[in-house]
Design a protein around this ligand. Sequence first.
Ligand code: OSB
Ligand code: MG
Length: 368
Amino acid sequence: MKIELIELVEIRLPLVRPFRTSCGTDTERHTLLLRVVTDAAEGWAEFGGDPGPVYSPEFAAGAERVLADHLVPRVTALHRPSAARIAAATSPVKGHPMAKALLETAILDAECRAHAMPLATYLGAVRDRVAAGVSVGIPDTITDLLESVSAYLEQGYVRIKLKIEPGWDIEPVRAVRREFGDALALQVDANTAYSLTDAEHLRGLDEFGLVQIEQPLHEDDLRGHIELAKVLRTPICLDESIRSARDAATAIALGACRVVNIKPSRVGGYLEARRIHDVCAAHGIPVWCGGMLETGIGRAQNLALAALPGFVLPSDISASSRYYAEDLTDPFQLDDGCLSVPDGPGSGVTVRPAALGRYAVSTRRLYE
Ligand code: OSB
Ligand code: MG
């Protein structure tokens, strides 16, 4: 495969409603798409981050800089570029997993398309449908929360995740449990908002039978998660803390988590994501696929990953309508609580030129 062109498309896609977490409030998906054209096929990927370094240290303008100056030159210099060769070629560049994921994923998409192979097949999918959970942002009132949860359950979502932070934790969880009953698969995500001194307070969540509490403590606080795990009945799931298969192996061996959220963008791409899946499977640790409010481009690829055998918990992969009035691809729809894994070549979706025209704000060539 010969790389002929690489370009970034900056998009701004309005969310159907603001999404508030302990990291801040999003009202739109303002991010970068990467398009790679090769002599065999074209591939697309979506940057997982935001304009600001709030969920992860990476941010769109920084990713663009590191791609243009450090990653793209190393990859285009390869004699035979392929997705499997990106990690080694870019390893002299420290960090920046989201920027690396963007480049590797677009090349992987192109490579799969060149072989007329669905990404799901390439990764080792064993399912053609994936159970859809929904991540519910922090609203203004408990009444608003109960209304949104009720609407999501009516649409068929099989698992509810509530974003929490100090001051918005025990009471909203109690209210949702009381309203919707004990059978509801319910979990919470703190996005690093607590510290180990909150352990006693977090024990207050144990009575609600949550499936898991995601990333309660700082991403670097492995020791804190180990100590917290000793006093919580609720299983701890790590998101921000897990950046590689090695991180997953360490966290599992030390008892820092009993569940892992795998986000391909956070860990440098789908190939490392699959290795994390394999490490977790070997240890009997259930995994699920996290989301970054992806458009149809990233969501299609996440569905391919979530179809692997170790993804035994519902993922944060919701229908297009949960995020956007108009998606960049044909919309993903909920069918009996599941989304279908695309079965066309590569990610199996195509970017709709009319939609891209409406939401793209600029295009920059990185290589030609
Ligand atoms: O922590 O899982 C998270 C969205 C943006 C940043 C971080 C997270 C999230 C979500 C939304 O929870 C998941 C989704 O539906 O895409
Ligand atoms: Mg999370």
